[in-house]
Design a protein around this ligand. Structure first.
Ligand code: ZN
Length: 193
């Protein structure tokens, strides 16, 4: 498992609700936390590890000891309140940062790995992380939510990602779209039906 980089097609895929949790999925979650800590991130969505599942992990301290490890399955955001602008980055667009405006407070409904219902009103960094990660599950990236002027700047940086992606495709280290989609539907058949 690895964190895929922009413009990997799975980052634009709309993830499907999870209907079963097994040992394999618990292993996936464990690996997602490891990759997130390694990359010094505070959140990681399934799309970012090339999986089509409505699942993300968060630890706002990015530290397994200090912070709290949270797993969100099939998240639904409601009741957005207020507005707050802050700089965001993404483990799938490493090194690119830009200001994003998001609701300051939200309500999140989801399930944890044990099937317990999560129903919380959150704000601050956790609210920001949850919104960023829930976007991922819809195939939305933070660069879709930035101002036109910062997008112009970011587009220049994204060119390098596109060149790198193209060359990784040419060398075969990233499969073609058809192969990726076939794999995603196999995983969906296992966890979403
Ligand atoms: Zn991200």
């Amino acid at each position: 498992m690895e964190i895929v980089q922009y413009p990997h097609p799975t980052l634009r895929y709309k993830s499907k609700p999870i209907t079963r949790v097994d040992r394999g999925l618990r292993e996936i979650v464990k690996n997602m936390f490891s990759l997130m800590y390694e990359a010094k991130g505070i959140g990681l969505a399934a799309n970012q590890v090339d999986l089509p599942l409505q699942l993300f992990v968060v630890n706002t301290k990015s530290d397994p000891v200090e912070g709290e490890e949270r797993v969100f399955i099939n998240p639904v955001i409601t009741k957005p309140k207020g507005s707050h602008e802050a700089e965001e980055g993404c483990l799938s667009i490493i090194g690119v940062n830009a200001m994003v405006v998001r609701p300051e407070q939200i309500h999140i409904s989801a399930y944890d790995l044990d099937g317990n219902e999560i129903s919380e009103t959150v704000d601050g960094l956790l609210a920001k992380a949850i919104q960023h990660e829930t976007d991922h599950l819809e195939g939305v990236l933070f660069i879709d939510r930035i101002s036109e002027s910062s997008r112009k700047q970011v587009d220049i940086e994204l060119e390098d990602f596109e060149i790198d992606f193209k060359s990784r495709r040419e060398t075969g280290s990233i499969p073609d779209d058809q192969t990726i989609m076939k794999r995603l539907s196999e995983i969906e058949a296992k966890y979403c039906s």
